[in-house]
Design a protein around this ligand. Structure first.
Ligand code: ADP
Ligand code: UVW
Ligand code: MG
Length: 599
């Protein structure tokens, strides 16, 4: 499938051509039209890896979009099968990408007043693509979708009820970028994103910070519009809402003039006369006081958000820099990180000064011993959009029901006696991170398992304590230990084999060793939506391409506050070629209730 992607930003147009073949993606064309609105814009092209630059006459985003079909004609990519569009504002309606039709266009148009610098460019892309490639599927991918499930405490403005009922709330933008760079950073750190508390700083012409916990956005610095938050190229970011009345009464500005100035004449441009950080840094270096102050304000605001989001998540594991400024300005990264030592964040200034992102490198720039890891990565909104387009077009048109799949690595649940024996009488485990299921956590402490054939070190302990110790491993782990545990539902431990648990204060032999039967946790609302009941056994299709497989007899467990998620073990995940996040498709629409299996 060949996908063309349009990404109309506030100051640039980016577009790309991707050849998608299963999981293999070829980025055929990568194009950026920059410096729009000046006498000549610059077109940067990377075609099959070869780079070129040229000046083009494009007065604005719309003119640049109109030139795309002409530019594409120069190359022999072959027919375009589908077109993806970055749309900044999707409001409450779009939690996921949408196939573009008239109602979708009308919804994007209706949201234009909330993203006046962005949605018009997105709509122009849609219009031109429809005219140029009539009949080809077009898909909108929204900046706001990633943040849509942010908790109400983060999305609600403390304003009169009538305003909130009229739709006033925070949304957050750059979601495609935040999601991509957080995944990228986790991958580079060799961790599962779900296990990390991440703050991502997208510092481009528009800029926003995002707090990511358990793999999902929980807060972001942009609000109902892309004006709130950080200092940007031409946008103010946070201001006191009290200034509106002042500007109106004392300076005679109406709402439109104020809004226009906050979008287009503020930020770096308002502070220095230029919106471009490169120019601001050059001016500052030659002694320009306004540029120096602008840089300080920019870094200070960003640093405050890092502190705030670390507090929101109860700590920070990784800070990620991306966007033109985040990727390229070592000086700005250093300023932002200065003073974050209290969080355990220490930058290696040497590494920070030599960041090289060629060949999609994702360097870490924290100092040795820093508790917080600091990562720089390029963003790839167009690539993410191409993936979303391909996933949406491949999804079964019958509205298949899916559940997120989580991989359970080996772990133990301990009872109090076991904790006393392994860690010392009266010891209490310290939670190091929350799990997705409410009230469940992973402990800082680890232990070892030992069997007749071998030993497994560094095994995770999950809390809270249970009435009876249960040890969950994979079949492969069983071979490493030299014990063959049965496949069991959690809690059904009678007659299970004994394994030795080894902690810092002692060792015990405990039964309760099982291979956890795959299962789906869900809550009553999701169960109703998915057509599931407690105790059902369902078939779930997981994995992609030639490793896809069907997991039969997956037990459904409904409880009031459960987070809907399917749990499989590492052997199952490996068999299906799943790494990190995945979705499983429920195959059996009418699940059958299985009588309890004999123990
Ligand atoms: N080497 C650099 N040093 C400092 N700033 C840079 C550098 N390269 C690019 N930038 C800044 O990045 C910003 C543009 O970021 P980018 O992500 O390309 O924008 P957009 O939001 O339009 O996608 C501009 O402020 C530009 O000055
Ligand atoms: C939403 C937003 O600010 O986007 P951009 O950075 O492309 O201006
Ligand atoms: Mg951008």
């Amino acid at each position: 499938m060949r996908i063309l992607v349009f990404n109309a930003g506030s100051s640039s147009l980016k577009f790309g051509v991707f050849d998608m073949d299963g999981a293999t993606i070829r980025h055929r064309l990568k194009a950026t039209v920059d410096r729009l609105g000046r006498s000549t814009a610059e077109l940067k092209l990377v075609v099959d890896g070869r780079e070129s630059r040229e000046d083009v006459a494009a007065t604005g985003v719309e003119a640049a979009i109109a030139a795309v079909p002409v530019i594409l004609q120069r190359f022999d990519f072959g027919a375009i099968d589908a077109i993806g569009h970055r749309i900044a504002h999707g409001g409450e309606r779009f939690a996921a990408p949408a196939i573009i039709d008239e109602p979708v266009i009308a919804a994007i148009e209706a949201l234009t007043p909330l993203a006046p610098l962005h949605n018009p460019g997105g709509l122009a892309g849609i219009r031109h693509a429809r005219a140029t490639w009539p009949g080809k599927p077009q898909i909108a991918v929204f900046d706001t979708s990633f943040h849509l499930k942010n908790p109400p405490r983060a999305t609600t403005y403390a304003v009169p009820a009538a305003w909130r009922e009229a739709g006033l709330r925070r949304f957050g933008f750059h979601g495609t970028s935040h999601k991509y760079v957080a995944l990228r950073a986790a991958e580079a750190l060799g961790e599962n994103l779900r296990d990390l508390r991440v703050i991502s700083l997208h510092l481009g012409n528009g800029a926003s910070a995002c707090a990511i916990q358990l793999g999902e956005s929980i807060d972001s610095s942009m609000g109902m519009t892309p004006l709130e938050g950080l200092v940007m190229g031409t946008r103010s970011g946070d201001v006191d809402p009290g200034i509106f009345g002042y500007l109106q009464r004392n300076l005679g500005f109406d709402a439109e003039a104020v809004e226009k100035a906050l979008y287009e004449e503020s930020g770096l441009k308002g502070l220095t006369g230029t919106a471009d950080m490169r120019d601001v840094e050059d001016m500052a270096a030659t002694g320009d006081a306004a540029a120096q102050l602008a840089i300080e304000i920019y870094a200070y605001r960003a640093r405050k958000y890092v502190g705030a989001y670390a507090a929101a998540m109860g700590g920070l594991d990784a800070l990620v820099f991306t966007g033109g400024i985040g990727e390229n300005s070592a000086a700005m990264r250093r300023r932002i990180c200065e003073g974050l030592g209290f969080l355990g964040l220490m930058l290696d200034t040497e590494r920070n000064g030599h960041v090289d992102l060629t060949d999609h490198a994702v360097p870490q720039i924290q100092a040795y011993g820093s508790r917080v890891r600091v990562v720089v990565t390029e963003t790839a909104e167009q690539l993410m959009i191409a993936r979303e387009v391909s996933a949406l077009l491949k999804a079964p048109a019958n509205g298949a029901l899916t559940v997120p799949v989580a991989i359970s690595a080996r772990h133990v649940h301990l009872d109090q006696d076991a904790v006393d024996a392994l860690f010392g009488t009266g010891y209490s485990l310290s939670p190091a991170g929350q799990l997705r299921q409410q009230g469940h956590w992973v402990a800082r402490e680890r232990l070892a398992l030992e069997g007749p054939r071998g030993r497994l070190d560094n095994v995770a302990i999950l809390g809270p304590l249970r009435a009876r110790t249960q040890i969950e491993i994979s079949r492969t782990d069983g071979f490493a230990l030299g014990i063959a545990p049965p496949v069991r539902d959690s809690g059904r431990l009678d007659g299970t084999p004994v394994v030795r648990l080894i902690g810092p204060a002692g060792a015990i032999d405990s039964d309760g060793l099982i291979i956890a039967a795959r299962h789906i946790h869900t809550n009553p609302q999701d169960a109703a939506r998915l057509g599931l009941k407690d105790g059902d056994e369902v078939d779930v299709r997981v994995g992609q391409g030639d490793r896809a497989l069907t997991l039969s007899g997956t037990l459904v467990r409904v409880s009031p506050n459960a987070f809907t998620e399917m749990h499989i073990d590492t052997d199952e995940a490996n068999a299906a070629g799943i790494e990190g996040r995945a979705d499983g498709e429920l195959l059996a629409a009418e699940a059958t209730i299985k009588p309890s299996a004999p123990v």
